[in-house]
Write a protein that binds this ligand. Sequence first.
Ligand code: FPP
Length: 293
Amino acid sequence: MQPKGEPLYPSAATGTPATRPPTRIDELSAEERAVYATLKPEGLPRHVAIIMDGNGRWAGRRSLKRFLGHQQGAKTVQFVTETAARIGLPWLTLYAFSLENNLRRPRAEVSFLMRLLKTYLDDNLERMMKNNIRLRSIGRTHDLPPDVQERMRAAEEATSRNTGTTLTLALNYGARSELVDAFRKLAEEVKHKHLNPEQIGEEDIHRHLYTAHMPDPDLLIRTSGELRVSNFLLWQIAYTEIFVTERFWPDFRGIHLLEAIADFQRRERRYGGIGESCGEVEEDPERMKVAVS
Ligand code: FPP
């Protein structure tokens, strides 16, 4: 399922296990187990990224205030992460708070989201430990309120020796700013003559991304039906399969993650090559000449 030459579980200096985390299938619900049974174990994704959307609309449909949608959305984060842990998914990355959310949402909503994140960390640390989940974050987290940074740092430290699913929260994240940050670092290397501009390759950009320690997502899920990628992991999703569901994030559950993976397994990933059902290859260059003349 992965391009030739790419290791299945890139192990990095971050303590990432070199093998897929063990599964705990007996802890799935009966419905989840039924979907899981249809999956091909050798075709499971290494990395699933999710754009969690629709909290506000979920609340609106119920004539509730938006913040109640976010509160329900935070519960969903834990449900889905635990299913991911039970099936031994190595990497799960969630778009929890974008740079644009920070700049364009009412201050009261932004500060509610920050408080919700702190409460989420306080309430779920024990469950993360129990589920062997390692918490990480990506984004311009240094611009988050100091108390939020401190809580994240403590939770990351507490879970740093866990060897199961790595849950990465994208916080104050924007893909274009991630690229700006990477290019600034490259420019520094050029300035100090550690890098020859003529030799800059994709690998040089990759090693300065916030996600340098993880494989690119195999599958990107977006809830609530919007057909856009909203400045999320733009470099990393070059060959990612995209799955969009109409379901609002607060209604999303582990079973829907498994259904998205089942759909992913029905796709043929070609990485710009040609697939099995794409017509016969012509070996004779002469016959091809005739076709274009
Ligand atoms: C989109 O809903 C969602 C977000 C702003 C980010 C996701 C936030 C959460 C799931 C809650 C907290 C997360 C953690 C990790 C504790 P929206 O408000 O854009 O929905 P709408 O498009 O329907 O208005």
